[in-house]
Design a protein around this ligand. Structure first.
Ligand code: ZN
Ligand code: ZN
Length: 298
């Protein structure tokens, strides 16, 4: 049986949500939990439990779930021709709504949504290094000194560069501003380097048991290769999460013009993830997924 969207047996059930009050509707809605609060436990043999955590916004950037907004699926359903196989029509509608969701999420990582939205600033996140994340960008303009093209004796003056510091006192990208206005508690879960492409793990397409087993086996494999925790690189080890031939299409390479059906048909099923190790408790080592290398997807 193929997994159904929203299936409790799929790995999407690992992705936790919290309630928030949506503005302006005042209705209670779900939003993805802040990744710093997320911790998965995977029981390994011999009283050992692997704890899985996330950093650098890996949780939101790379773990994707199909939309459960029925109105969006219904709208796509209504656009499709009637009279054929109704299940197939619903599946096509879901796919279309998911494509919109995934592309929208990629758009949230664009410069348009992540560069600072403060009037007169517009600079990138990397330039906001001052106190309170003030903008440190200095712009040079070629001007006449004192605004005069000729000096007191009537001689022509050469233009020179004048420094102008950006007046922005705090990084505020449009994406975070919009989330704040909507009442969402996590300001910017996609903060970081901007991106026009992404590799995502489509959680609905992988059985939860498979996901947990792949995580466990991949970590164990590297652990064994290294001969123990001591050799684990402080910057993290490259771990291959291979979900296998049975789950081809669970990894989607997406860019602004991707057709989700084509990306699914490409059949990718493995990614390389950088995982750090905090081994302060040998029976509960913490592995933190912090980076996915899109060049290693197969
Ligand atoms: Zn600025
Ligand atoms: Zn700014």
């Amino acid at each position: 049986m193929p997994l159904k969207i929203g299936d409790a047996d799929s790995s999407r059930s690992l992705v936790s949500h919290i309630k928030y009050t949506s503005v302006p509707s005042g209705l209670s809605s779900d939003t993805r939990a802040d990744e710093s609060t997320v911790q998965w436990s995977i029981a390994v043999s011999g009283g050992v439990t692997y704890l899985i955590k996330f950093s650098s916004n890996f949780y939101k950037k790379h773990l994707h779930t199909s939309t459960k907004k029925l109105a969006n699926v219904q709208a796509e359903y209504d656009k499709l021709p009637s009279g054929g196989d109704d299940d197939a029509r619903w599946a096509a509608a879901q796919l279309a709504a998911d494509q919109t969701k995934f592309l929208k999420q990629l758009g949230h990582r664009s410069r348009g949504e992540q560069d600072c939205g403060v009037a007169g600033c517009g600079h990138s996140i990397g330039e906001h290094t001052g106190p309170g994340r003030a903008c440190a960008k200095v712009t040079q303009k070629l001007e006449f000194p004192g605004g005069k093209a000729v000096d007191d004796s009537g001689k022509k003056v050469k233009k020179a560069f004048v420094n102008y510091a950006c007046a922005c006192t705090g990084y505020a990208p449009p994406y975070a501003t919009a989330r704040g206005l909507a009442g969402k508690p996590t300001a910017n879960p996609l903060e970081g380097a901007t991106a026009k492409m992404n590799d995502l793990i489509w959680m609905d397409k992988i059985p939860r048991a498979t996901f947990e087993k792949v995580l466990q086996d991949s970590i164990k494999k590297r652990w064994t290769e290294l001969g123990g925790a001591g050799a684990w690189n402080a910057d993290g080890e490259h771990i291959k999460w291979d979900f296998g031939a049975a789950n081809r299409g669970c990894i989607i390479k997406i860019n602004e013009s991707t057709k989700l059906a084509d990306a699914f048909a490409a059949g990718h099923s493995a990614v390389e993830v950088t995982m750090k190790l905090d081994n302060t408790d040998v029976t509960k080592p913490i592995f933190t997924a912090c980076h996915l290398d899109g060049k290693k997807t197969t």
